[in-house]
Design a protein around this ligand. Structure first.
Ligand SMILES: Cc1cc2nc3c(=O)[nH]c(=O)nc-3n(C[C@H](O)[C@H](O)[C@H](O)COP(=O)(O)OP(=O)(O)OC[C@H]3O[C@@H](n4cnc5c(N)ncnc54)[C@H](O)[C@@H]3O)c2cc1C
Length: 417
């Protein structure tokens, strides 16, 4: 693999940038693989990387029906944080934040992880009680989180309006300083490049259309738009399309798929130093390195596979943004888009074996799985390699929906971006 370094950059700058090679091979499918991952998003590519790097598997393919990173990985607002309420969630998401902290070095690819802080606004007594409970629970779990007064919140994010007469006055905020953002495309490309260097075949424009099982019921391969491919170890990491794929193996999933949308403004000079979220009025905002304000809205009220959201949802979010940040009122929005998110009843993910031998599933990240990309991929690779979950993802199984052992982050925060 070609190394990125200050020396390589200087050499290419002086020689017309002609020495860079392809970042990964354009692989054609082989007849059989030791493991196949369906879904070339960050979670799928990361799983292939860790399977090769940590568990020594070499004959691995990632099958992607479109282009890598073209799903939710390339459509999200890139918020990364680990200040979740329940012990199980804090362990899972903080495992991820720790991996984010070393990811650029690990992959030799700049994923632009920026720990600029995520501030979650409170607007009423209920918010305050909920967020203070989060602060205390997080600290007990070794996860940083602190409570700010409205004045402290404004000094951390100067454009914030804390005037008391507002419709949704700011009564305080919870701040996780280690939280932040990363560059979404770079995460897909960085994992793809590093996985390819370990021999993983990344096969784009290859849609999985069927899952084959042998007489014992075990997975034996997949049917694809580029022919049949044999495998006895199959990982489904297909976000909003998970139910469709799992149905090919006769598995019903506790998932609903909704469109979730985001939008960006015209670019402006750096003005917004952190990420601000308001769960109550459902808006979140940060500024990209290009200068655009990146704004996330809520999910549509109805399930759908359309990759765009309803206009009234984004209008509602923009009203909230203009009230919280009046100086953005005259800005123009440049573009908006949607992704399909797969939502579980408790808004926590599933990273698990299934009752079909050889079939594993990583899904249910809903509106908030980008932040978990490295941790989820690491734990899913462990589960697939060892045919048993790691202790961190053991609670995130399928059985919890039958047994009632929910990890109810929906009730805890009402939102999970
Ligand atoms: C608008 C929006 C904003 C968001 N904001 C945040 C945020 O701020 N922070 C956060 O943490 N999370 C956020 N999320 C959620 C986050 O984007 C996802 O949870 C995460 O990216 C999921 O990654 P993935 O790799 O599992 O899925 P994806 O990146 O969607 O990858 C799945 C891939 O599977 C492929 N696929 C599907 N079916 C098949 C098939 N039959 N054959 C082959 N390939 C197939 C798809 O083409 C897709 O590329 C947001 C999501 C959206 C839509």
């Amino acid at each position: 693999m070609q190394k990125f370094s200050a020396f390589a950059l200087a050499k290419e700058a002086l020689s017309g940038q002609k020495g860079w090679t392809r970042q990964w091979r354009d692989a054609a499918p082989k007849p059989a693989y030791e493991a196949i991952i369906v879904g070339g998003g960050g979670h799928g590519l990361g799983t292939a990387y860790y399977l090769a790097k940590k568990h020594g598997l070499r004959n691995i393919a990632v099958l992607e029906k479109g282009w890598i990173g073209g799903g939710n990985t390339g459509r999200n607002t890139t918020i990364i944080r680990s200040n979740y309420l329940f012990d199980e969630s804090a362990a899972l998401y903080d495992h991820s934040v720790k991996l984010w902290e070393g990811l650029s070095a690990d992959l030799n690819y700049n994923v632009m992880f920026s720990q600029r802080g995520v501030m979650m606004l409170s607007h009423n007594v209920h918010d305050e009680q909920v967020f203070k409970r989060h602060v205390h629970a997080n600290r007990l779990n070794g996860v940083d989180n602190e409570w700010l007064s409205p004045d402290q919140a404004k000094s951390f994010c100067p454009p914030l309006n804390i005037a008391p007469g507002m419709r949704h006055a700011v009564t305080g905020a919870a701040l996780q300083r280690r939280a932040g953002t990363a560059r979404h495309d770079a995460v897909a490309w960085g994992y793809a490049r590093a996985a390819d260097a370990l021999g993983v075949d990344i096969i784009q424009n290859c849609e999985v259309t069927g899952i084959d099982r042998d007489a014992s019921g075990r997975v034996s391969g997949v049917q694809t738009s580029r022919g049949a491919i044999a495998t006895r170890r199959l990982g489904i990491v297909a976000a909003g399309n998970t139910s469709v794929l799992m149905a090919m193996a006769g598995q019903r999933m506790p998932l609903e798929s909704y469109p979730l949308q985001a939008l960006v403004s015209e670019p402006i000079k750096p003005i917004f130093p952190c990420v601000v979220m308001s769960n109550t009025i459902h808006a979140y905002i940060s500024q990209s390195d290009k200068g655009e304000l990146v704004i996330g809205a809520g999910t549509d009220a109805y399930i759908s596979y359309s990759q765009r959201g309803a206009l009234h949802i984004s209008s509602h979010t923009l009203e909230a943004i203009c009230e919280l940040f009046p100086m953005f009122r005259r800005m123009r929005m440049l573009r908006n888009w949607g992704g399909i998110v797969d939502v579980t009843p408790d808004r926590s993910p599933i990273i698990a074996k299934t009752e079909v031998p050889g079939l594993y599933v990583n899904c249910g990240w809903g509106t908030g799985g980008f932040k978990a990309t490295p941790g989820s991929a690491d734990l899913f690779a462990y589960t697939m390699a060892k045919d048993e979950p790691h202790k961190i993802n053991a609670p995130f199984n399928l059985e919890r929906f039958g047994a009632g052992r929910l990890i109810d982050e929906a009730a805890a925060a009402a939102v999970a971006h």
